[in-house]
Design a protein around this ligand. Structure first.
Ligand code: MN
Length: 205
């Protein structure tokens, strides 16, 4: 098990076939303003690959884009809405099909309102992860060991949680509505990017 840091693209052939866990780190929460700094990706076999983009990056990352856009690979995210917008805006691809562990959690863990990654990993897997580096500077020339470990840990547990959440969704008869919600996520991200981030177009108001 190792964390691999790459510059500007993923090397070819480093991922096993199947679903991949994906996360992004950016300069902030406003996608068009706050550039994409890092994309983390894992095939669930124990290694995490971190792809770093420089401040002047042209985001030419053919290998990474091919994996993200591969219709044969389900992309596992926690809060896919944000990552899909960043990936679409900076890399120009829709990272579909999608499974979002936060949405799945909201649909089955109706007994709590704690759906953060840390809470979910703790309850479902009995493991503790740190969110201490979440708000750190991802845009610098050197990422600290703590940042690399944090970034990797954000994709490390998504496969294990996916396995559990799939069973829980089936148990609660919410597989179909979850899938429909996941399928809508690229549109939700597109709405965010064109100015409807804070408005719910389904609401009466
Ligand atoms: Mn993250």
């Amino acid at each position: 098990m190792a964390v691999h840091l790459h510059e500007e693209d993923l090397p070819e052939g480093v991922l096993a076939p199947g679903a991949v866990a994906v996360d992004t780190e950016t300069m902030g929460l406003i996608t068009a303003r706050d550039r994409l700094c890092l994309v983390q990706i894992s095939d669930g076999q124990g290694d995490e690959h971190l792809v770093r983009f420089s401040p002047g990056s042209a985001f030419n990352a053919p290998n990474l884009k091919a994996v993200l856009a591969d219709p044969a690979r389900v992309k596992l995210f926690h809060y896919a809405r944000f990552d899909l917008a960043a990936i679409r805006h900076y890399l120009g691809v829709d990272a579909t099909p999608v499974f979002c562990t936060k949405i799945a959690s909201k649909l089955v863990r109706t007994y709590t309102d704690r759906h953060g990654l840390k809470d979910l990993v703790s309850e479902l897997l009995g493991k503790e992860i740190s969110k201490q580096q979440q708000s750190s500077d991802w845009g610098g020339p050197v990422l600290s060991d703590a940042q690399l470990e944090y970034a990797a840990s954000d994709v490390r547990h998504l496969h294990a949680m996916y396995d559990i959440l799939v069973v829980r969704l089936a148990r609660e008869h919410r597989t179909e509505i979850a899938q429909a919600a996941f399928d809508f996520l690229p549109t939700r991200a597109a709405l965010d990017l064109v100015g409807w981030a804070d408005k719910d177009i389904f609401s009466h108001e």
